[in-house]
Structures are given as C-alpha cells and as structure tokens.
Design a protein around this ligand. Structure first.
Ligand code: ZN
Length: 411
C-alpha cells in the first residue's frame, strides 16, 4: 500500500481552480456564479467532463446535485462521500465551497494515477444552491437529499424574477432522477474556507471543525407612547427608545459573561422615526449563537428576564419572541479524529473549532457521520471578491483531504 503521506499535484490543482475562476468571473477578480444560471451550467458541464475523464460513474439527482462514483473493492458497501458546492454569491470569491469540490476531484485524480483501490466506494458531490443567494433558503441540494426540506418546498422556491427552482433546474438541463440521490453512505467530508479569522489569528493551517454553532433569532418589541418632543416634560414620557438602548447594552453585558456566546443586534426599527416625536415603539432583533444548545437556551432565558426588568422599571411593555432557531450540530469523531491524524502526520499545525455559518455538511450529518476541514481565509474575508486562501494552504488542505479519504474508505 502506498504511504498515506502521498501528496496531491499542487500545480494541477491550482490549474483546475484557475479554470473555475474563469467561469462567471467578475471585473474585480471574484465570481458571480449564482445557482442554476448559465454560468453555473457552464461550470457544471466542465465539472461533469472532468468526472468522466476520471472514469467515474456520473449521475445527477432530482435536485441537480452532481455525483461521480468511484468503485470500491467491496461490492455494495457504503460510500465515503466528499464535496461541497460550485455556486457563489453575486459578488462572491473564487474559493468558498469551490475548493471543497475541486480538492476532492484532485484526490480522485491522485488515486487514479497511482492505481490506488479503496475498500469502499468514493462519491464526489457538487451540491445545488448552497449559497441561497438566488433561491432562499441556502443549502437546498443537501437539504433535499437529507430530507431536511421536502421536494415540493424546494421546487416551489422562487428567485427575484419569479422563476422557480424546478424551472431553472430544467432550463439548464440538470433536472435528474430521484433514484440517483445519494444513499448508503458511511461518512461525508467537506473542505471549505473558514470565512472567519481564527486560523489566521492563531497562525494554524488546518481547522478541524467539530460542529456548527446553534443559533436563535429573537424579536423584541418595546411599546411606549408617541408624543410631541416639545411640550411633553421628561418625567411624563413613555419613550420606547432610551430603555431599548439600555436593553441592547444589557444584551452585550450578559454575553460577555457567558463563555463562547455571541450576540448581535443588527436590526433596529424606531417608530415613527421622526426627529421631533418621542418614539412610541422600538423593534429589534437579537442573533444568538453558541456551540452548546443548553448554554444558548440559558442565555435566552437570562436575556428575557433582564429585558423584562428594564421594561418594567420604565413602565413600558415588552414582548420577546423566538422567530427562528437552528440547533447546534456535532460532527462525527471518526471524521474529526482522521483529520487530526492527517494534519499531525503531515506536520501541519491545526486547531479544533466550531463553524459559525451553516454548510452542506450540516444536513449531510443527518444521514452520515460528517466532518469538515477549514482552510485559512486571509483577514477572515468571504462572500467577497477579495476572498483569498493561499496556494500553500490549499495544497495542505488537499493533502489532508486525500489522507482522510484513504483512511475512511478502507477497512
Ligand atoms: Zn460555502
């Protein structure tokens, strides 16, 4: 057996990324390759051709997810799946999930040219509409396969021009068959850029992603009384804004006392929002994230308590509702341990971390033990034309991915 420290072909991998970077490229050096557009179709066509060139069994399912299957030695055994997404934001970068798909392709190429067989089959995947930029919500392809969303729901989502997901999928010729959906899979691995500053700050090459943070959106409505700014004495006011400001700083204060908690108040509406009128109503939203769902629930209770107290002290009414939430995801230790081992054997520095944003692996984890490899994003910039991951880091990530796939695809 070839050493597990077999490396990828860096030059070839960078050439492949360069081809991707030329499809849907924007003036400022980024990409505009929205899901199921003409640009997405062009990229898909090239990708499918690459899969055929590697002798893979290529198919696409009823959500347009593209698969390339490489046979394993054990007949009918569960596959090791690897991939991410080739679609981008309208002013997106060249790396994002694209690296996850193209490094997986490089892994297949290395296995093929070295005649390396694996016990289990390997499935390389490009998921449809991960970004959610054209069709919301994000991660519709992986959400479809994992049955997080129903087919009806996915097919009926519309873009801004009232074109449905189903129509767009048919239009570009990637409306495949339900029978082709991914099944019988033992593990899923996704390589992706970090989209945050931790790897850069800690000076580490490989992020071992242990899971995805849970998240809640709370909607807070503070009701006072609208009145004229001139005649109303200060002691007779029921100003909704001043106590709301206290509430927002309280949110920040509580957050700092709870390890790992992140809260953001990014949206505030003041009514009537006129210079000489005392604000009668304020609405704001709190985005709350933590890797531990119990800590997030505890924090929400504390916030509700404290905000209600401030409202009471100011003779105002407050209602706090949870608009939406998503529980934390814990990835499979089988996968995360393999990533750690790979980084150590290669001598690359690594760190365990949690993902802030969601990824295809979040939904894939429902059907197979999953894990993610993060690579450094310079200055933590992503969903931006200036997004950058260095060539050396890409090579390291691909080497780790190759090791992990060989490890997981063998008995
Ligand atoms: Zn992505």
């Amino acid at each position: 057996m070839k050493s597990l420290l077999l490396g990828v072909n860096k030059k070839r991998l960078l050439e492949t990324i360069k081809v991707s970077s030329s499809i849907g490229s924007s003036e400022k050096g980024g990409l505009n390759r929205l899901a199921l557009t003409e640009e997405d179709k062009m990229m898909r066509d090239v990708f499918v051709q690459w899969l055929h060139e590697e002798g893979l069994d290529v198919r696409f399912d009823d959500f347009g997810n593209i698969y390339g299957r490489r046979k394993g030695k054990i007949i009918d055994s569960p596959a090791v799946a690897v991939g991410s997404h080739l679609d981008t934001q309208p002013c997106g970068g060249r790396y994002d999930g694209i690296l996850g798909v193209l490094t997986a392709l490089e892994v297949i190429r290395v296995l093929n040219e070295n005649n390396i067989e694996t016990d289990y089959p390997i499935e390389i995947i490009n998921f449809t509409n991960e970004e959610g930029a054209r069709f919301a919500p994000p991660m519709l392809g992986s959400g479809g396969v994992s049955e997080e969303f129903t087919k009806d729901f996915i097919y009926s989502t519309m873009d801004d021009n009232e074109i449905s997901f189903q129509e767009a999928l048919r239009e570009i010729g990637y409306l495949g068959d339900r029978r082709h959906r991914l099944k019988n899979v033992r593990s899923f691995i996704e390589l992706h850029i970090e989209q945050g500053p931790i790897l850069g700050n800690e000076n580490k090459s490989i992020g071992i992603v242990e899971g995805i943070q849970g998240m809640s959106w709370l909607s807070v409505k503070v009701t006072g009384e609208t009145n004229h700014a001139g005649p109303t004495p200060m002691e007779n006011r029921k100003d909704a804004l001043v106590p709301s400001a206290k509430m927002i700083s309280k949110v920040n204060e509580i957050t700092k006392k709870i390890d790992g908690l992140k809260t953001t108040v990014g949206k505030v509406n003041v009514k009537p929002n006129v210079a000489n009128v005392i604000p009668g109503e304020v609405d704001f939203m709190i985005d709350i994230r933590h890797k531990d769902d119990e800590v997030r629930s505890y924090a929400i209770e504390r916030l509700k308590e404290q905000l209600s107290t401030i409202a009471l002290m100011n003779d105002l009414e407050v209602t706090i509702t949870t608009d939406w939430h998503s529980d934390a995801v814990r990835f499979s230790p089988v996968v995360t341990d393999a990533i750690k081992e790979a980084a150590d054997k290669w001598g690359y520095s690594s760190i365990k971390l949690f993902s802030g944003p969601g990824h295809d692996a979040k939904y894939m984890n429902k059907i197979a033990g999953s894990g993610m490899i993060f690579l450094p994003s310079i200055h933590g910039i992503s969903h931006n034309e200036d997004e950058l991951t260095l060539d050396d880091d890409i090579e390291k990530g691909a080497n780790v991915l190759l090791y992990v796939i060989r490890k997981l695809a063998n008995n």
